[in-house]
Design a protein around this ligand. Sequence first.
Ligand code: MRU
Length: 370
Amino acid sequence: MTVPPAADAQGADAQGADVSSAVRPAPLPPSLEWVGAIDGELHALDQSLLPHERVVLKLRTADDVADAILRLAIRGAPIIGVAAAYGLYLGVRAIAPEGPASLDTARHVAAMLLATRPTAVNLRWALDRCLSRMRKDHDVASLLAEAARIDRENAEATFAIARNGAELVHDGATILTHCNAGPLACGGIGTALGCLIEAHRRGTRFSVLADETRPLLQGARLTALELAAEGIPVAVIPDSAASAMIARGAVQAVFVGADRIASNGDFANKIGTYSIALAASVHRIPFYVVAPMSTFDGALAHGQQIPIEERAATEVLTLMGSSIAAAGIDARNPAFDVSPAALATAFVTDQGILRPPFAPAIKAALAACR
Ligand code: MRU
């Protein structure tokens, strides 16, 4: 098999049409926003209804937040961490509206929120941060302050990531991305898409192929929407086309997000990422994994320890609400896969671009965050 070097094929097969202002979607509201003071509520743009409906959910209880995370109205590793932090506050506020609250109460609410989605470590990271705040200061208000701090720092991290990653986007390139790691999923400017948005704002001209991302179509529904709203040329492709597009030289680099990265650099991301990483490696194009340091799990030695969420079979057996298989057919629905660290060219983080050998680079970056 001929393995085309990326440089020979530069921009040769870019399919993204320019997004003219006539068809450019209106800018999106923030995916998450705390509204009000201590008695406020969490507003969340329902991602499950995009791109056709823009509905803002008003969440007032921890159960509201857990339900929104479970049904992917709130989704994306960094933003579910931020949402869970606010959810913990809402849950404790309901039990102890004023003054001191017990750590046991907070632990109970946190466990309920943690159970919603097992793969993205940002959820646990944010809840742990709030619980350790509670250990120092048993006041309910301090939980809200901590959630707001996590929210602000998370957004700042995405801008730092975007500044670092924009350097890796070159004029004339076609970039492939999978799932959705934009502002909706990550807050701020987004992670993988943040690098692309920042590069575009700096004047770099490139186009994007967005994998549709079966079964829930985050790429077709959300990534294409976010990039088009920024005026970035984007074309949606079937997931099954990605490796063939790479093989024929139509892609110069891959940018993806991550849901959990082990200390050796093995990384979990939306199902389908592994096959793209394999194709990128065989055809020698750069594969960038883009994530905040809150996505790194220093407690895990390698990726086989990452829990993989298995979701309902109906997500595979239906398409936009219609059944696509004969009655009684079963399905499997692993929502994430794990790729070995060796398939990543670099990790683009808020602590800089981490390059091999990954284990010491990740250790140093995590230490710098403490
Ligand atoms: O839609 P989800 O929450 O199931 O997917 C998680 C993700 O957002 C992706 O895996 C993404 O690529 C990395 S996190 C922004």
